[in-house]
Design a protein around this ligand. Structure first.
Ligand SMILES: Cc1ncc(COP(=O)(O)O)c(C=O)c1O
Length: 457
């Protein structure tokens, strides 16, 4: 079937159409930091797919009937029933978003000095591990290092290294293995069922808890049905259920595949761990039957978690993101291959070879997308991941300079994506004109949110 969204639009919101002069003024005023822009200054917002999706009519309908009772709300029980059917876990705790789930689960599992092992910890995930005085160890598979290869499961964990770590002298310090599906920090690439199965088996053999960071569980399941031998006849829901069954529990930001604006969950099987998580949740998020969410959020989540595994929806989403990737490539901009489902990642290093890592080429490309087209996105390169001194000078950088264009769920149409492709083509005609940047304000923590920069040309 040709590319087509399996829904029509009933409610619309105007998007700001701005001038290049305005955009130059606004971005300069933020210190060239797009996190400080106001939404009315942005035409196409590809900063994140988190909490930015469009609700369905059915989600709005159930929200209207939500139960806002403090304890024991029927909306909680509906949410629990849907999550229980999907994950099979015994204990299900809603929380307000993914990082709260991380703090609660890791706070219950890890002790200072322990190691958390992952295919790749997402940034807040790493922060929550480190805040507990623990070490976050990433073991991405070797294939992930080749941005151009079309390997189908570049989000996998490196099983040989996982085996080594689990059998090595550090075993007593390993508190958990966390598999991020899909691997957001690793180019949005999926993880195969074979990899989840093998990691799960290794963890069982060594007595280490195995959890999923399941923010994009449905999108990962989609790729499994499309790419992994033996799963072509499975539904995405069945694949997701199998993945959950292989783990001892999960954390999830439901702002992604819950298709809501706010929400998350912790779910585990072990009753003692559940009790510990519940205590932390009540102390810091809210009572166990709402966990920081309103009844209407729980209702919309229950509905969203059913809609998100619809194969027609997932196919359209994968097609749209792949289409955006093909537009970027046609414009002469390389992307991390293969295109992800929640985002494409532009290879800024290749497009802007005249800029050194210390001039932040990823950030330069992200700024250019805004200046030329009002498109907001985020750098994943030296600015975000590099080691800088207190003057903002790069000491060591990551191997890649990427720019992530994240696609909100059910929000933008094909012509919006074509507009992004045109702006990319305009930039790619004269990449040598894109200037580098110098950092003028260097925050100690969470640099990318609050730093300020100036243009070097
Ligand atoms: C893989 C992954 N884990 C955790 C989080 C954190 O979730 P939240 O933003 O809801 O706190 C995110 C958010 O983007 C994510 O992509």
């Amino acid at each position: 079937m040709p590319l087509m969204e399996p829904y029509r639009i009933k409610v619309v919101e105007p998007i700001p159409i701005t001038t290049p002069e305005d955009r130059h003024r606004w971005l300069a005023a933020t210190g060239y930091n797009q996190f400080s822009l106001r939404s009315e200054q942005v035409t196409i917002d590809l900063l994140t797919d988190s909490g930015t999706g469009a609700l369905s009519a059915a989600q709005q309908a159930v929200a209207a009937g939500a139960d806002e009772t403090y304890a024991g709300a029927s909306s909680y029980y509906r949410f629990r029933e849907v999550v229980s059917d999907l994950t099979g876990y015994n204990y299900i705790q809603p929380v307000h978003q993914g990082r709260a789930a991380e703090r609660i689960l890791f706070g219950s599992v890890l002790r200072p000095g322990m190691i958390s092992v992952s295919n790749t910890h997402f940034d807040t995930t790493r922060a929550n591990v480190e805040l507990l005085g623990c070490v976050a160890l990433d073991l991405p598979c070797e294939e992930a290092a080749d941005l151009d290869s079309a390997e189908p499961f570049k989000g996998n964990i490196d099983l040989a290294r996982l085996r080594q770590v689990l059998a090595g002298p550090d075993r007593p310090r390993i508190g958990q293995v966390l598999m991020t599906i899909t691997n957001n920090g690793g180019g949005g690439q999926p993880v195969s069922m074979a990899n989840i199965e093998a990691a799960s088996r290794l963890c069982r053999e060594h007595g280490v808890p195995f959890f999923l960071d399941a923010a994009r569980f449905a999108e990962n399941a989609w790729w499994v049905t499309q790419r992994e031998p033996g799963y072509a006849d499975w539904t995405p829901r069945q694949v997701a259920q199998r993945a959950f069954a292989l783990a001892d529990g999960c954390v999830a930001s439901l702002k992604k595949d819950g298709i809501v604006h706010m929400g998350g969950l912790v779910a585990v099987n072990d009753p003692e761990l559940a009790e510990q998580c519940e205590m932390l949740c009540i102390a810091t998020e809210g009572f166990r039957t709402y966990g920081g969410l309103a009844g209407r959020d729980l209702e919309m989540l229950a509905q969203g978690l059913i809609e998100v595994t619809d194969p027609l929806y997932l196919r359209a989403r994968a097609d749209a993101t792949r289409y955006l990737g093909s537009l970027a490539k046609a414009a002469g901009v390389s992307i991390v291959e293969p295109a992800g489902i929640h985002a494409i990642y532009l290879n800024a290093k290749r497009l802007l070879p005249h800029l050194t890592a210390s001039q932040f080429p990823g950030h330069a490309l992200a700024c250019e997308l805004y200046l030329q087209g009002g498109i907001r996105c985020v750098e994943l390169g030296s600015l975000y991941l590099g080691t800088l001194n207190e003057r903002g000078e790069l000491q060591s950088g990551p191997p890649f300079e990427l720019v992530r264009l994240a696609v909100p769920r059910r929000v933008y149409t094909q012509s919006h994506l074509e507009y992004v492709g045109e702006v990319l083509a305009q930039i790619a005609k004269h990449p040598e004109r894109v200037p580098g940047y110098r950092m003028t304000h260097v925050p100690k923590l969470l640099r990318h949110f609050n730093c300020r920069l100036e243009r070097m040309g």
